[in-house]
Structure formats: C-alpha cells, structure tokens
Ligand binder design. Structure first.
Ligand code: BGC
Length: 736
C-alpha cells in the first residue's frame, strides 16, 4: 500500500478498530475457541477486542497461523491482517548457542547468519516478528538473563545487536525469509539492583548513555522495526511510562520511528511500581510516552475510548501509533499477502535442514571457551576415558528461551561421543542428579523433578567414583540446570549445584586427570573447580548441535577459540565485576596488597577469576610489543597500531587479537580500558601475521563534560593482546 492508501485506511477505521490495533494478546485467546478463563478473563478482554486485536504473541506453525489469519480476516471490517510475534532468541527449531555463547565467538557476522536462519525457519512457520535481539548490557552474573545478552562490553554488544537485526530483517521485510526484529529492553534492564530480576535500576545518566544505550542505538540504526520497553525504572520513572526516555532519547535523539511495544503487562506494572494510580492512569502515561502496543495488559483496549471521550488522549496520539503499526504490517507486505511466508511444505524443507544444523555446529564450536588446560586436552583417544556427570545424558542442551526447540532433535553427549572416534575408549556414568533435592525451579512447566533419596544419590556417587578410578581420564559434564538461567532466575549463589560439586570432589579424589565441560547460562563461581580440574571448557547451553561440537573440540578436530564476553567472577561477592571499570582515586596496584588504604578487598582479589576477552586454544600465540605508526595524531589524522601475532605451538589455531584504549586524563574519568577493535586470525604452527588497527578520532570519543561525544587532547594508551588483562601497551597523544 502507498502511504496515502494507509492514511485513507486509517481514516476509515472506527475508534474501536484503532484501539485494538494497539492491543496484543497471547496465543491462548486464539486457540481455545475463545472460551476465556482464568487470568485471561481477568484482563477484561471481550470477544470484540479479540476479533479486532492487532497482534498475537507466542504461536507458531504455518497451518495454525494461516487458519487463524484466515478466520480473523474474514471477520475484520477492514481486512487488516494480524501480526504474529514470538520470542525467537537463539534459533527457532534449529537452536544455536545462547546469546552469551554467541558473544564468546567474537564473530557478530556469524550471529547475523544465525539470525537469518532463525528468520527463515520462523517465517516459514508463519511468524512476522521476533522479540530479539536483547541489547541489554550486563555486569552482574546473579541476573539470570545475562544468558540473553552478548555480555559486558558496549562495543561488542553493539556489533552483535546490529548484525542480528540485519540478519532477521534482511534487505527488505517483504522478502521471503525476513522477519522484523525488536530491540529490547529499552532501557537499562540489564542493571537490576543486586542482580534481582525486575528490580530497580539505578544508573547515572552518564553511565546509561555511555555504557548502556550504545547497543540499543546500534540496533535502531540498523533499522530494527520494533523496540520493546523495559520493566525497570529509569531515574525513578518506569521505562514504559517514561516520556523523556521514549520521546526524547529514543524517538528524537536516536531517530527511532518504528513500533514501540511494552514488555509483557509492563503497562499494568506501573501501578505496582507506585507510579500510576490505576489502569486508566497507566494507559494514559504509556500512551503519552508513545508506547504503540500494549502487550498482554488489556489496558489500552479497556481505557482508550473513555480517555478519548474525556479529551485526556487526543485522536492524534492514537492515530500516530496506529499508523506505525499499519506501516509495519505494510512493510512486511501483509496487506498483499497476509500469510507472508507461512508454508507447510517450506516449513518441512527448511526447519532443521542440513545447512542449518551445520551452522549450528560451527557456532557451538566457536562459542566454547577453554579456560584451563594443563596438557590434558585434546583427549588422547587411546586412553580409557570416563564421561561422568548429569550432562552426559541430558538431551536438552537449549537455553530456557528456546520455546520452540524440541529436545528430541538433539543428541546427548554420550550419543555424540559414541558416534565419534572418542567412542572406542569411552565409558559413561551420570554420577548424580542435576539438582539437589531442595532446589526448586518454580513456575517452569518442565521442571517437575523427582526427589532422589540420599541413599540413591550415594549409590550414584559411589558408582561414579568407581568408574573414575578405573579410567585414565575423566571428562565431567557439569553445570547449572538449563532452567537456572533466563527470565526470573536470579541466583545469589552462582556455583554449580551442590550435589554436582560433591560429585566433582569425589571424582577428583580418585582420579587427578579431570576435565570439566561446563554448561551454564551465566558466568559461575568456579574457584573450586579451577583448583582441581586440569582442563575447563565452557560450553554454555550450546543448542541442537552442541554435543557433536563438544566432541569436535575434545577430540582435537577443532581447536577452541572462544573468548569470554563477560568476566567470570572470583566469587559472588565481587559482582558486578567488569573489565571496563574506572580506576578510582585509590587504585589497587598489584603486588601492593599490604597497602591497606586502597580500593580492594581484604579477602579476595580485585580481578575476576577469568576476565573479559580471555580464552585459550590448543596452540599458543605470541603477540609482539605494540608499534605505532606515529606517537601523535590530530583529529583529522590517524595512527596505526600494529603487532606481530605468531602461532608458537604445534597445531593450527585462531586468536582473537583485541585492541583497547585508555584515555589517561579527561574531563570525566575514563575506564581503565575500552575495547575498540578486534580481529580473529587463524595461523598454522610457526606462521605469523601482522595485525594492524587504525585509530581515528572516532575511537577516542566519549561523553565529555559537555554532554557530547567528543575527543579531548592528551595522552592515550593503546593495548593489544589476547584478553582484557593485557598490559602490552604503547602511548600516543592527540594534538591540535
Ligand atoms: C520478557 C520479554 C519477552 C516477553 C514476551 C517478557 O516476560 O521480559 O523479553 O519478549 O515476555 O514473551
């Protein structure tokens, strides 16, 4: 439709039709023959609302969605098609590593390809919009949703967010295989106090702008069709009703002109925040902030007519939002073809096809981070190896947001090992339950777990000891339960479950050749593991092809190359911990631990156990001192910072060479290091390559005391190395 045709359509629509375009309902309203019961009934949604509602979330399947669309359009007075939305976070049916694992690849372009595949599968299944990517910056491993982020660095997050948006959306939303992206959760949702989900966020406007906003903005600049509001407050005002945040920052400053959708019932939650008196007030404030779609509160449908009649909400305000929604439907081509790509045949062809699975395996391999290796990996295939731990036979290797993934499409680690060259000398033993009896994962459907009596646990542990004793090497597949990370999964203790810790200790007592393959959705406190294990490989929640990818790495067919996108803390008392911190007025100086009046702990180190950017490979790399093309530059000029990277080991491997900058003195304090660029280089043994990074004014800009992004004259340190802990640096100055 042309813009004029859309305007004409808008003019013809009744007030009810307009209001319900702004209403989004969960799939249950459309699948249960409209018998609305329970909480759905309490929302006050009427049959008429359902028949006019603009979008649905959480349903998929070409046949089902086509049927719903058909019935809906038959009744709709203006034949405006429904939008189908869903959380497709790290794959639709072919499940990729969780986003945090994707961050560890340091390969945003790969995540762009994964997003494209997710879009291809989802669109064949009838979907139009995904609630992804999550661009929230994260620093606190207690927060369960860190698994949905690509980590603690604004630059890295920006690259991933941009790549994912482009991957989902393609060149054109109408094109086959494209779906609309939704950057979320705007803004600052990744910084809840004490890591407790849905908790208050306290961020200075400086930190918000400097660290937290860039990734959302990158997604918006990449053309994200939607943005989702966050549950938290920003400067005391819930984001969903925050006019300054939405009208000024999002729309005006960032130039976002797409659809702004609330998070699930977030409009209603403004009442519980103590910001709105009642549902009517909440409707008013969300609308004034410019929230176009009310996800699952039913508040717009219930209150807008009254608010328009009383003059509290203008027709212009409603029209503005409805027009944006119609435009989105138009961009997706739904007026011409309301079913878009929904096609049962295509669904069969693309879902879990070989190409998708191959890429899932590649992504999983690249996401693994080798934290420790005392000459134990890759495995010596001739040695008798025991695979012990609850993850050896766990089929579900998907993160908790993989709503459409099916565990039956996944091989267990045991199956993958038996299918590989490692199978010959392998024995297996579960060793312990996944969780202690007293851990409950309330609210999750598939978490009903049986209590395992202590005697039975003891039998399992004893059998594991026996198996370990008779093996030359033990690979322990341990970690958090997949439902211990994700939404509403904050944890105060971020170690592996106690029963697994016990299993680990007991195995280590009888066999010293232990490797841990760690499954997790967040950085964990693994001090006790790091003390005793000879090897540690972080596998995150690796998805459909995860088990095969693990065997590729264990066997040495693939040398690990992932780097941590988020620091692994020394212990929970350190969080939030991140590499790009400020120095403080009393910086801790390593080696001066007796110097009491410094910013440090009495009982633990300041540094995390494994820092951002860290990760080993099966080979080693040497990185030469940093060479600069000049020791000074002007704002119009540029400097090249170079190093020689050499593979000094015996096998081929990939190193992610990272460049960080530190502005030594500025009008506002600067982080001790900031990632500005990186490059992955793959080298044969003995091979070396020069790696150069250009430094221009752009790399030196920050949010200055003038409240604008600008560089300031002075000295800068440039660091180049294999992790954020590198001290390999040179100094240059920015002059007039
Ligand atoms: C989450 C969002 C998600 C939405 C719809 C909310 O609870 O915070 O990230 O997109 O539900 O499923």
């Amino acid at each position: 439709m042309t813009k004029q045709e859309l305007r004409n359509l808008l003019e013809e629509m009744s007030l009810e039709e307009k209001i319900d375009q702004m209403n989004q309902l969960a799939g249950g309203f459309f699948t249960e023959d409209s018998v609305i019961t329970g909480p759905m009934a309490e929302m006050g949604i009427t049959e008429e609302n359902i028949s006019l509602t603009g979008s649905v979330l959480g349903l998929s399947g070409a046949a089902l969605l086509k049927e719903i669309q058909k019935k809906y359009m038959e009744k709709h007075p203006h034949k405006i098609p429904l939008l189908f939305m869903m959380d497709i976070i790290n794959g639709f049916k072919t499940i990729f590593p969780i986003p945090l694992g994707q961050g560890a690849t340091f390969e945003p372009e790969l995540s762009g390809r994964l997003a494209r595949i997710a879009a291809r599968e989802a669109s064949a299944s009838g979907l139009h919009v995904t609630f992804s990517p999550m661009a929230d910056l994260v620093r606190d491993a207690r927060w369960g949703r860190v698994m949905e982020s690509t980590g603690e660095d604004p630059y890295l997050n920006s690259l991933f967010t941009e790549a994912m948006v482009k991957g989902y959306q393609g060149e054109d939303l109408r094109e086959e295989g494209s779906i609309a992206a939704c950057v979320k959760h705007f803004a600052g949702y990744g910084a809840p106090d004490a890591g407790r989900d849905y908790n208050t966020v306290e961020l200075s406007s400086h930190s918000l702008r400097e660290f937290y906003l860039p990734a959302y903005e990158a997604g918006i600049c990449a053309g994200s069709a939607l943005v989702m509001t966050s549950f938290n407050t920003i400067e005391g005002v819930p984001a969903t009703g925050n006019r300054h945040l939405m009208r000024k920052i999002l729309r005006e400053e960032m130039g976002f002109d797409g659809v702004l959708i609330s998070d699930w019932a977030a409009i209603e939650e403004m009442i519980f925040h103590g910001y709105c008196r009642n549902r009517k007030d909440a409707a008013l404030r969300a609308a004034r902030a410019g929230v176009d779609i009310d996800m699952m509160a039913g508040i717009y449908s219930e209150n807008f007519r009254k608010l328009v009649q009383s003059g509290e909400i203008s027709m212009e305000l409603i029209d503005e939002s409805v027009m944006r929604i119609l435009e989105l439907k138009n961009k997706l081509g739904l007026f011409e073809n309301p079913y878009k790509d929904a096609d049962e045949q295509k669904e069969k062809e693309v879902i879990l096809c070989r190409e998708h699975r191959t890429l899932a395996r590649e992504a999983a391999r690249k996401s693994f981070v080798l934290l420790k290796n005392e000459e134990i990996l890759p495995l010596d295939k001739k040695k008798k190896t025991a695979y012990i731990g609850p993850y050896t036979e766990r089929r579900n290797l998907m993160g908790s947001w993989s709503l459409t993934g099916d565990e039956k499409d996944i091989a267990t680690l045991k199956e993958a090992v038996m299918n590989s060259a490692l199978g010959e000398n392998a024995v297996f033993c579960c060793g312990s339950p996944m969780l202690d009896n007293d851990v409950s994962l309330e609210g999750f459907q598939d978490c009903i777990k049986e209590e395992i009596p202590r005697e039975e646990q003891e039998r399992m542990l004893a059998k594991a000891e026996e198996t370990a004793r008779n093996a030359e090497i033990v690979v322990m597949a341990l970690g958090e339960d997949r439902l211990q990370s994700g939404e509403a999964t904050s944890r105060a203790d971020i170690q592996i479950p106690g029963i697994q810790q016990e299993l680990f200790e007991r195995v280590c007592r009888v066999n010293h050749q232990v490797i841990v393959v760690l499954f997790c959705g967040r950085p964990l406190d693994i001090r006790k593991i790091a003390e005793k294990a000879k090897g540690i490989l972080v596998a995150w929640l690796p998805g459909t092809e995860g088990a095969g990818a693990i065997t590729d790495v264990l066997s040495g067919d693939y040398s690990p190359c992932g780097k941590l996108p988020m620091s692994f803390p020394y212990c929970v008392g350190q969080v939030p911990v991140h590499y790009n911190e400020y120095a403080t007025g009393r910086p801790h100086v390593p080696g001066k631990d007796k110097d009491r009046f410094r910013s440090k702990y009495l009982d633990i180190p300041n540094t995390p156990l494994y820092p951002f950017g860290y990760g080993l490979s099966y080979t080693e790399f040497s990185i030469s001192p940093v060479e600069l093309s000049s020791s000074s530059m002007t704002r119009q000029g540029q400097i090249t910072a170079s190093v020689m990277v050499r593979n000094t080991g015996n096998v081929k491997g990939t190193e992610t060479v990272q460049m960080y900058i530190h502005d030594i003195a500025a009008s506002v304090v600067r982080p001790v290091k900031e990632l500005k660029s990186f490059l992955k280089v793959t080298l044969e043994p003995g091979e070396e390559q020069k790696v150069s990074f250009a430094i221009t004014d752009r790399e030196l800009r920050f949010l200055s005391e003038n409240g604008i992004w600008e560089s300031e004259l002075g000295e800068f340190e440039v660091f180049i190395g294999g992790s954020s802990a590198t001290e390999n640096a040179a100094v240059f100055s920015l002059t007039l």
